[in-house]
Design a protein around this ligand. Structure first.
Ligand code: CA
Length: 222
């Protein structure tokens, strides 16, 4: 799941990036307001982490522009310590949550997960379909109760398909959402990855729609 990280302080940006990767997200870091405005408006992200003090265009203006252009992804603002007026302005501008600097990475991750959950269909850190259960807090996968060992990349693929269950996801969309910015996957990388996962899961959970992509069917509502 891609997360846009907008932060101009390189050290903070790096630690956010590392924490997000560790938590199974695919972060993309940009460091100025104009690039952020453009990226957020033209690319698909599950959420954004947005600093307020940015070069070129400040975070609040970026957020206002996004909301005006109907860019509706959940946004967490990073605000300066003690600046309550920034927080009020931020909520007014359309922020979903905010964190006061300096903050703990664990708190950022927890809030980000909650936001992504609220914007999707699931209400718990666990997602399930077809006997597959994925726990995004403990990074664990099981099928019919039996734990399955997966790599971080495999976890991100299952996470993305489950988050979008019931919808066919193309190979390109999968690749952009599970590989990091600086990784160039081979053309058949997704196919290989899905093949490996299918063998591990030992159940027909990931379906192929030839020419279109892959899907995990949603469970029938009962
Ligand atoms: Ca800043």
């Amino acid at each position: 799941m891609r997360i846009l990280v907008v932060e101009d302080e390189a050290l903070i940006a790096q630690s956010i990036k590392a924490a997000l990767q560790e938590a199974g997200f695919v972060p993309e870091v940009v460091s100025d307001g104009n690039t952020a405005w453009f990226q957020g408006g033209t690319e698909d992200y599950a959420a954004a982490v947005l600093d307020i003090g940015l070069p070129q265009l400040d975070g609040l203006s970026v957020l206002r522009n996004w909301r005006q252009e109907k860019v509706n992804m959940p946004v967490i603002l990073l605000t300066a310590k003690g600046s309550w007026s920034e927080r009020v302005d931020g909520i007014d501008a359309g922020a979903d949550d905010y964190l006061v600097k300096p903050f703990h990475m664990e708190e950022l991750i927890a809030r980000l997960r909650a936001l992504v959950r609220r914007s999707g269909v699931e209400r718990t850190p666990q997602m399930a379909a077809k006997g597959l259960i994925l726990d995004t807090r403990q990074m664990k996968v099981s099928v019919d109760g039996a734990p399955i060992k997966v790599t971080p990349l495999e976890f991100r693929l299952l996470n993305y398909l489950l988050h979008n269950r019931g919808r066919v996801v193309s190979q390109e969309e999968l690749a952009t959402n599970i590989y990091y910015q600086d990784q160039e996957p081979d053309s058949n990388a997704i196919e290989v990855l899905v093949g490996r996962l299918r063998r591990k899961l030992k159940a027909k959970i990931i379906e192929t729609r030839r020419g279109f992509g892959y899907l995990i069917e949603a469970d029938d509502p009962t």
